[in-house]
Ligand binder design. Sequence first.
Ligand SMILES: C[S@@+](CC[C@H](N)C(=O)[O-])C[C@H]1O[C@@H](n2cnc3c(N)ncnc32)[C@H](O)[C@@H]1O
Length: 183
Amino acid sequence: MSFQHIEGWLTEDEGLRLESHASQCRELIVEIGSYRGRSSLYIAKGIEGSTFNPIFYSIDPHAGIGVNGHNFDADDLAACYHNFAAHPEFGQHIRKLVMRSDQAAPLCENRSIDMLFVDGDHSYEGVTDDLCRYLPRMKQGGCVILHDWYLDSVRTATYQFDCLVYGDQVDNMKVCGVNHGQS
Ligand SMILES: C[S@@+](CC[C@H](N)C(=O)[O-])C[C@H]1O[C@@H](n2cnc3c(N)ncnc32)[C@H](O)[C@@H]1O
């Protein structure tokens, strides 16, 4: 099943990669930036198709934050709930957190996140802040996936973090592993 009918920018190949990674997660998946739920549903489909039952936090304040010239607002929240309800077998796996990523970070324990999908505030400061807050909460060997990798702001912010191991790219999405080192 494809979710390309839901408004958004994620390609089908990117969605399938999210689904595949989500299907291998055991404890906690975090998505920063859900918009109308396209990427959330691919991730939830991965959970539904797996034998594990990780918690999945989908974080977005839906509060008029502008990203790349597009304004996001409360209509997106209503659309999100509508889209999740239209696919209850997948929607049941999504815990929607209507708040900013900095507010949600304390809900995640250190070294507990298997997979982090970053698709929120794409500014250099925004991506830096998200990675500062969430990387310590990633499991060793976990997976960080960054959308809009074509943006200088996203890439430059990401390169600051030594614990990221760069993997392949699917369309506009960069897949990285997490290596915290020996400590
Ligand atoms: C590019 S859209 C996300 C697209 C979505 N992943 C999809 O596949 O359709 C960016 C979203 O990030 C949200 N956002 C912006 N800043 C945020 C923040 N600090 N924390 C969480 N979400 C944020 C915006 O409200 C917007 O809905």
